[in-house]
Write a protein that binds this ligand. Structure first.
Ligand SMILES: [Fe+2]
Length: 232
């Protein structure tokens, strides 16, 4: 049976990070219990790209009602890698994000900003044989939240990486280089000092497409000492 590198605690935020206020009441106070995976989980069915609608990776196109969504188009792409830098194919990558005004398509979102009728803010894809994922989206706006006085979340995209089964789901957030809000964000800063910058996507002229959209590169490492910080 396949053996796994244990979780590298130096790469991930603590379960309770007091500056992130809601983590205090919703995080477990007991040590987590490791649920061993059985042959059923380890040999689970592989995702086949044909299970997704053709444009599920394109958030500028997958929920149009009357036209194009408002905002700056972006291409966000990268590879999903294991601790040895080996690409992982067949992984489902899902993203969700605010629209260009910093508003989620969610009735609970109380930010006084416009919903975009042509932008749901959710997309899904499956990594190819070289571990690549690629999304087309709109640059998400910053938005206020009630964590502390004048608190604003930096521009970010939420990511979920799903392996062969629900027990292999990892969740994190991707940020943008140069965002002036990063030093003030308790969620970003909950990640350990040495690992935090792994959450930041880099502008890439190689991924940028002439006349269409700027490109950002963000690789996701699922474990080991270079692991992407994940939210437990
Ligand atoms: Fe968010």
């Amino acid at each position: 049976m396949e053996s796994f590198t244990p979780k590298d605690s130096d790469s991930h935020p603590p379960l309770i990070h007091p500056p992130y206020k809601s983590s205090i009441t919703r995080s477990p106070t007991e040590e987590p219990i490791i649920v061993p995976q059985t042959i059923t989980e380890l040999t689970g069915p592989k995702f086949n790209p044909s299970i997704l609608p053709e444009d599920s990776y394109d958030l500028t196109n997958n929920s149009r009602n009357s036209g194009e969504p408002i905002g700056e188009r972006l291409i966000v792409a990268g590879r999903v890698l294991d601790e040895n830098g080996v690409p992982i194919s067949g992984v489902m990558v899902e993203i969700w994000q605010a629209n260009s005004a910093g508003k989620y398509t969610d009735r609970e979102d109380q930010h006084h900003a416009a919903v975009d009728p042509n932008f749901l803010g959710a997309g899904r894809t499956i990594t190819d044989e070289d571990g690549w994922y690629r999304f087309i989206t709109i640059r998400p706006g910053a938005y206020p939240w009630g964590n502390h006085a004048n608190a604003w979340r930096p521009h970010h995209i939420h990511f979920s990486i799903l392996g062969k089964n629900i027990m292999t789901r990892l969740v994190t957030q991707m940020y943008f280089e140069g965002d002036p809000l990063l030093p003030f964000d308790p969620i970003y800063n909950a990640a350990p000092d040495d690992a935090r910058t792994r959450l930041i996507a880099a502008f890439s002229l190689d991924l940028t497409e002439q006349g269409f959209a700027l490109g950002y590169r963000w690789d996701i490492v699922i474990r080991g000492p270079k692991a992407t910080p994940f939210e437990d």
